[in-house]
Write a protein that binds this ligand. Structure first.
Ligand code: 13P
Length: 259
């Protein structure tokens, strides 16, 4: 009997859109996340949407958005599981509070606290072991870009900061050029595609076939006007959004523009 041909449906592109609240947000900010969660409930979107927030808010946020599609995450994690590390927060603590993701190696931490690639890789491993999906940030300074070293610097960061083994566990990479963060200029589509293409090669070199599907997010001055164009760029699997994620209205306008 002849075999019936199987029709493969195209896999829908489902970007990951992550708000990074940084050191912003008191109890009153829970209402913003609740508004995002309610909107996602009322009009489901073809994107995974997350808010990474200060540790003090995670439990309240997780409670407020429970049952919705909105994912809550942390902004940093300690590489050890527990112990004498005053002021730090472990992956298990974040997960216990309701987080499902965590940002590691953001340039603001690399610059302010001298976080190295090795430390970031340990944080990523700790996150995976603790059941959290890490978003590993990389990005070059303006001087490095102008000196023609951007690709080298960022690929070296990615090689050094990726988890040593992921064993099929999910993580993302986020390319955030430091010069584009906080209202700076946004890179051209060519610049984004060149960097994301190079990062894809690094991921495949490190993880083989699974490295081909690790989402590579872009971050830095993403807003309602730029998000659609950013997501159209080759090898861009989502966006990391700072300032514009603080207000539910603005963040939702980005989520809707991403469709
Ligand atoms: P902005 O969107 O405010 O430029 O911040 C980007 C960022 O650092 C997200 O992690």
């Amino acid at each position: 009997m002849p075999l019936k041909p199987v029709r493969l449906e195209p896999i829908a592109f489902c970007p990951l859109l992550v708000g990074n609240w940084k050191m912003n947000g008191l109890g009153s900010a829970v209402a913003e996340a609740r508004e995002v969660a309610e909107a996602l409930r009322a009009e489901p979107v073809r994107a995974r949407v997350a808010i990474c927030a200060p540790a003090t808010l995670i439990e309240r946020l997780a409670r407020a958005v429970k049952g919705s599609a909105l994912i809550i995450g942390g902004e940093d994690v300690h590489p050890e599981a527990s112990g004498a590390f005053t002021g730090d927060v472990s992956a298990a603590m974040l997960a216990d509070a309701g987080a499902r993701m965590v940002i590691v190696g953001h340039s603001e931490r690399r610059q302010a606290y001298g976080e190295t690639n090795a430390l970031v890789a340990h944080k990523a491993m700790a996150a995976l072991r603790g059941g959290l999906e890490p978003i590993i940030c990389v990005g070059e300074t303006l001087a490095e870009r102008e000196g023609g070293h951007a690709l080298d610097v960022v690929c070296r960061q990615a090689r050094g900061s990726a988890p040593l083994a992921s064993d099929g566990m999910a993580f993302s990479l986020a390319y955030e050029p430091i010069w584009a963060i906080g209202g700076g200029q946004i890179p051209t589509r060519n610049q984004i595609e060149e960097m994301h293409g190079a990062l894809r090669e690094v991921l495949i070199e490190m993880f083989g076939v699974p490295g081909g599907v690790v989402p590579i997010l872009y971050g830095g001055s993403v807003d309602q006007g730029s998000v659609a164009n950013v997501l159209k760029a080759r090898e861009v699997g989502g966006a990391l959004i700072g300032r514009a994620s603080l207000s539910a209205t603005e963040f939702l306008s980005i989520v809707r523009a991403a469709e």
